[in-house]
Design a protein around this ligand. Structure first.
Ligand code: TYC
Length: 114
């Protein structure tokens, strides 16, 4: 606190008696990166066992989990098979699409922002 004459509101350097140099509270806003859902779509031609294999191989599911999720896709038309960062989701989609293409199955895999 600088004491000055009541009518002299600033000193000879033009400084006022304000909060200069005082660290005020900030709220460091750490935004989480967006997440992306990876989805598998049903079709009439891809063999059930191929989809089960895809879910085991690229999404780390057990055979039982993979079989159950495959059946969900078969019955409902689609299902979320995982939630990842943009880069990881993009890689999974590319891996599944490439694997399906190489085996000549029409299996579709897509991603969408959560
Ligand atoms: N509907 C396919 C069949 O009856 C099986 C299937 C399941 C295909 C899931 C795609 O994402 C899929 N052979």
């Amino acid at each position: 606190m600088v004491r000055r004459h009541p009518h002299m509101m600033s000193d000879k350097k033009g400084q006022t008696d304000d909060d200069a140099g005082v660290i005020t509270k900030t709220r460091p806003k750490t935004e989480r990166p967006p997440l992306y859902k990876v989805l598998i779509l049903n079709d009439d031609y891809t063999p059930m066992e191929f989809v089960v294999h895809v879910l085991e191989r690229f999404f780390g599911l057990s055979h039982t989990q993979a079989f159950e999720l495959m059946l969900t896709v078969h019955k409902k038309g689609l299902a979320v098979v995982g939630v990842f960062s943009f880069e990881v989701a993009e890689t999974k989609v590319a891996q599944v699409m490439d694997f399906a293409r190489r085996h000549q199955h029409p299996l579709q895999c897509t991603m969408e922002k959560e």
